[in-house]
Design a protein around this ligand. Structure first.
Ligand code: ATP
Length: 271
């Protein structure tokens, strides 16, 4: 099969409505929506529009969702790729692929480039020279920096990157004119978990009337948004399998148990 360089979505339907909680992050990133929508307003006094923003936070907290919502809100094309896929799939040609990506994004500007797991590309240079593929990765990183530096002030492509390991990133990425804005996307607190449940209950055809969403939020400390989405889907499947007419409290609790079991297994493998 032919490896895909990146995804391109020119009609993003995701909006801030789909992102529950994360009020601070949404407020900060609104600025980027405004830059994309009315760049002239911002540059009228000589200011330069930022080129990049870095979303930092644990897995499954909505970083990709938030970046996509920026594209949806600003109604601009969304180019996305994952750093780890990229490094694996394009051995020897990473730098030229980065060039292609930026070329296409510029042609479709205003636009967003989203790089998930930027740490796969953007680890500090000159470390971990064991793998042998490091030169390749460094070439890719250097090309990314070159592209961002090469943007004219009126290019109007904004690069949003995500990581859960900001500490390992090459400091050069954070320099002014690159990813100089950092936005934290944390695990949800109990109130935010309730909001996330409400978003992911929407697609369920029938939820039991007496379901107490606050109770579910209290039962799920440490869960990410992705875990909660998972719980809601599992609960609907469990209820259907048992022949229930609506998805009820016990179905959700069973789903929570199953997800907790899965998380524990995953952690065992990692450690
Ligand atoms: P990773 O670091 O693993 O790439 P991420 O932070 O990019 O994770 P997303 O891919 O955005 O996480 O989240 C996965 C899914 O979890 C989303 O598509 C959505 O269904 C759900 N989700 C996560 N966070 C939220 C949220 N704040 N509100 C609503 N849904 C959420």
């Amino acid at each position: 099969s032919k490896a895909k360089l990146f995804d391109q979505n020119t009609d993003v339907k995701t909006s801030f409505k789909d992102v529950a909680g994360l009020e601070g992050a949404k407020e900060e990133i609104q600025e980027i929506v405004d830059f994309l929508k009315t760049p002239d307003k911002y540059t009228s006094l000589g200011g330069k529009i930022p080129k990049g923003a870095l979303l930092v936070g644990p897995p499954g907290t909505g970083k990709t969702l938030l970046a996509k919502a920026v594209a949806g809100e600003a109604k601009v094309p969304f180019f996305s790729l994952s750093g780890s896929d990229f490094v694996e799939m394009f051995v020897g040609v990473g730098a030229s692929r980065v060039r292609d990506l930026f070329k296409q994004a510029k042609e479709k500007s205003p636009s967003i480039i989203f790089i998930d797991e930027i740490d796969a590309i953007g680890r500090a240079r000159g470390k971990n020279n064991m793998s042998g593929s490091n030169d390749e990765r460094e070439n890719t990183l250097n090309q990314l920096l070159t592209e961002m530096d090469g943007f004219g002030t009126n290019t109007n492509v904004i690069v949003i990157a995500a990581t859960n390991r900001a500490d390992v990133l090459d400091k050069a990425l954070m320099r002014a004119g690159r990813f100089d804005r950092q936005i934290y996307v944390d695990l949800p607190d109990v109130r935010e978990r309730k909001e996330i449940f409400e978003v992911h209950l929407r697609p369920i055809i029938k939820v039991a009337e007496e379901l107490d969403v606050e109770f579910l939020a209290k039962q799920t400390p440490g869960f990410s948004g992705a875990d909660i989405a998972n719980v809601c889907n599992e609960a609907a499947l469990i209820a259907a399998r048992k022949g229930h007419k609506a998805v009820g409290k016990q179905d959700f609790l069973d789903a929570v148990d199953r997800i907790v079991g899965g998380l524990e297994k995953k952690n065992k493998i990692i450690t």
